[in-house]
Design a protein around this ligand. Structure first.
Ligand code: C5P
Length: 209
């Protein structure tokens, strides 16, 4: 029997990260935050003084990335999300990160994969797929509160603009755009609490098990 893989895709601050972590805890399986890989490549490319929009520069950094390099608080900042989305358009970056992601999914016990293209590109054969959304306004408010909690000074309007720009870039890139898999269950969390969203996600997974 193949490992039970759950994919959780969707835009920034839709609630997918929280849902993925709760499902992972519930089923006792590891959770891959694939966005962190792109954040790391973005920040490390910038830190090396290289060009985020150069496929060669960012791809070179992506090839050197290892799991041991992921523990850095800067990867969680607002600027890192923007850097991530810029390097994520490059096929060389996506290809370099692919093997890290596949290695993570190759576990006997199963896994939860959180990202943009988990159900479409990285693990299209996954038996349980969720696509989590919410309105840009609600997502901006959630992200704004989170950033404030981390001590980042930023206006709600600026966070909303970030979110719209990132949605547009992630949804329109040629390689692995952010899109719901045909067989994903859509979960709109706009009017849901974390508990309600997690419960709905759990029911979807139970139905696929
Ligand atoms: O999920 P998170 O907001 O941390 O992702 C940061 C960025 O990384 C996204 O905006 C997207 O451009 C990129 N990303 C991606 N594919 C993934 C996960 C993240 O392109 N599977």
């Amino acid at each position: 029997k193949p490992p039970f893989i759950i994919t959780v895709d969707g835009p920034a601050a839709s609630g997918k990260g929280t849902i993925a972590n709760r499902l992972g805890a519930l089923y006792g399986v590891p959770v891959l935050d694939s966005g962190l890989l792109y954040r790391a490549v973005g920040v490390l490319t910038r830190r090396a003084g290289k060009d985020l929009d150069s496929e060669q520069d960012a791809g070179g950094v992506a090839m050197t990335l290892t799991a041991a390099m992921l523990d850095d608080p800067e990867f969680r900042t607002r600027g890192a999300g923007e850097c991530a989305s810029r390097v994520a358009v490059h096929s060389a970056v996506r290809l370099a990160l692919r093997e890290l992601q596949l290695a993570f999914a190759r576990t006997p016990q199963g896994a939860v994969l959180d990202g943009r293209d988990m159900g479409t590109v990285i693990c299209p054969e996954a038996p349980a797929k969720l696509y989590v959304t919410a309105t840009p306004e609600v997502r901006a408010e959630r992200r704004w509160k989170q950033l404030k909690g981390q001590g980042e000074e930023v206006s709600l309007a600026d966070v909303l603009e970030d979110i719209r720009r990132r949605d547009e870039r992630d949804g329109s890139r040629a390689d692995s755009p952010m899109v719901a898999a045909a067989d994903a269950v859509l979960l709109d969390t706009t009017e849901m609490t974390i508990e309600q969203a997690t419960d709905a996600a759990r029911r979807t997974v139970e139905a696929a098990r």
